[in-house]
Design a protein around this ligand. Structure first.
Ligand SMILES: NC(=O)c1ccc[n+]([C@@H]2O[C@H](COP(=O)([O-])OP(=O)(O)OC[C@H]3O[C@@H](n4cnc5c(N)ncnc54)[C@H](O)[C@@H]3O)[C@@H](O)[C@H]2O)c1
Ligand SMILES: O=C(O)[C@H](O)COP(=O)(O)O
Length: 315
C-alpha cells in the first residue's frame, strides 16, 4: 500500500511554535510565500499530503484541485466557512478543527465586549488618561445584570456565552437551526423575534453562505434602540453597511466587534464612533488556547501521516 507523502502545505501563517514543530517533522511549503502560487502548485502540488490553514483563511477548491494526493485539511480554528466541505467530501479529504480548545476564550471575549460596550470601559480609560476626571464627572453607563441577552447561534460558543450570562442573572433568549429543549433558555423562532427580545444581541452563529448578511437592516429595526450588538463569529454574518447605518441613525445604541467583512480593513465609520468597541479578531488569542490549538493541529497532521484515525475530524 502506498504511504501518503510527508509534505505539508501551509496556506497562511500560523503560530511560530506550530510551524517549527511541522518543520521538524515534515517538509513544509508555505504557499503564501510563493511569488507565483499557481506555478508552484502546478509544479509541486502532487507531493502535498496535508494542508494546514486558519479558519478565517481556509483553502480554495482551486488550490485543492492541484493537490491530487491531499488527504487532510487541518484547520487552526473552528470556522469551516472558508472551505468547501462538500467538495472535500467528494474528494475524500478529511477536515479537522480545533473544537473545544477555544470555546471559553471566545465566550470570554464576547462577554468582555459586552461589558466594555455597556459600561463604556474604553471611554472611561480615555477619560482618566486625558485628565478629564479632574474637571468633570464621568458619564453614566448601562447596566448588564438582569438584562435580556439574545444569542444567535447556540453552538459551543453560544452555550458558553449563555453560561456566563447566567452568572449575571440575565434573561437568556436564543435562536439556532432548531431548539434544544434540554436548555433552560427561552427559544425564539427566528432572528427577528430574537432581536425584539434582546437588550444585548450576540452573534455566535457559524459563517458561510447560509448566514451571510443575515443580521441586516430588518434585524436592526427589530432591536430596541438601547440594544448593543456583539459579534465574535464572522464579519460576513452582519451586513456591515446596514450596521453602520443603524449606528448612525440611532436605531441601536452601540456595538462590540471582533470580526469584520474585509479583515484587517475596518470601515472608517466604525473607527470614528465612540459607541463601538473594536478588537482585531483576537477572541481565541491567548497563549494557553493558541498552544492547545497548535497541539490539536499537529496531532491531526501526525495521525494522518501515521495512518491513524484523526482525533478531531469533522468531515
Ligand atoms: N472571533 C474568533 O476568533 C472566533 C473564534 C472561534 C470561532 N469563531 C466563529 O464562531 C463560530 C461559532 O463557533 P462554535 O464553536 O460555537 O461553532 P458551533 O458549530 O458549535 O456552533 C454554531 C451554531 O450555529 C448554528 N447555525 C449555523 N448556521 C445557522 C443559521 N443559518 N441559522 C441558525 N443557526 C445556525 C449551528 O446550528 C450551531 O449551533 C464559528 O463558526 C467561527 O466562525 C470566531
Ligand atoms: O484565527 C482565527 O480565525 C480564530 O482564532 C480561530 O479561527 P476560527 O474563527 O475559524 O475558529
Amino acid at each position: 500500500m502506498s504511504q501518503p507523502t510527508q509534505h505539508v502545505l501551509l496556506i497562511a501563517p500560523v503560530m511560530d511554535a506550530l510551524q517549527q514543530q511541522l518543520d521538524a517533522h515534515y517538509t513544509v511549503h508555505r504557499l503564501y510565500q510563493q511569488p507565483d502560487a499557481a506555478a508552484w502548485l502546478a509544479e509541486n502540488g502532487a507531493n502535498v499530503g496535508a494542508v494546514v490553514t486558519r479558519g478565517d483563511v481556509g483553502v480554495t477548491s482551486a488550490v485543492l484541485e492541484n493537490l491530487p494526493q491531499v488527504g487532510v485539511i487541518a484547520i487552526f480554528g473552528v470556522g469551516t466557512d472558508a472551505v468547501d466541505l462538500e467538495y472535500a467530501r467528494r474528494r475524500h479529504i478529511a477536515v479537522t478543527v480545533t473544537a473545544g480548545a477555544l470555546t471559553d476564550d471566545v465566550a470570554d471575549l464576547a462577554f468582555g465586549l459586552l461589558l466594555s460596550s455597556a459600561r463604556q470601559l474604553c471611554l472611561g480609560d480615555r477619560f482618566v488618561r486625558e485628565g478629564r476626571w479632574l474637571q468633570e464627572s464621568p458619564a453614566l453607563a448601562t447596566q448588564v445584570s438582569r438584562k435580556r441577552i439574545g444569542i444567535f447561534g447556540m453552538g459551543n460558543i453560544g452555550r458558553a456565552i449563555a453560561r456566563r450570562a447566567s452568572g449575571f442573572d440575565m434573561d437568556i433568549y436564543y435562536t439556532d437551526r432548531q431548539a434544544d429543549n434540554t436548555l433552560p433558555y427561552h427559544w425564539c423562532d427566528d432572528v427577528l423575534s430574537l432581536a425584539q427580545r434582546s437588550d444585548f444581541f450576540v452573534v455566535a452563529v457559524s459563517g458561510g453562505k447560509e448566514s451571510q448578511g443575515i443580521v441586516n437592516h430588518e434585524v436592526f429595526q427589530a432591536l430596541p434602540a438601547h440594544a448593543l450588538v456583539i459579534n465574535i463569529a464572522r464579519g460576513s454574518i452582519i451586513n456591515e453597511p446596514d450596521l453602520i447605518a443603524a449606528l448612525q441613525n440611532g436605531d441601536i445604541a452601540g456595538a462590540g466587534l471582533d470580526v469584520f467583512v474585509d479583515e484587517p480593513n475596518v470601515p472608517a465609520e466604525f473607527i470614528g464612533m465612540d459607541n463601538v468597541v473594536l478588537q482585531p479578531h483576537v477572541a481565541s488569542a491567548t497563549h494557553e488556547t493558541r498552544q492547545r490549538m497548535s497541539h490539536i493541529v499537529f496531532e491531526n497532521v501526525q495521525a494522518y501521516f501515521n495512518g491513524q484515525p484523526l482525533p478531531h475530524r469533522i468531515n
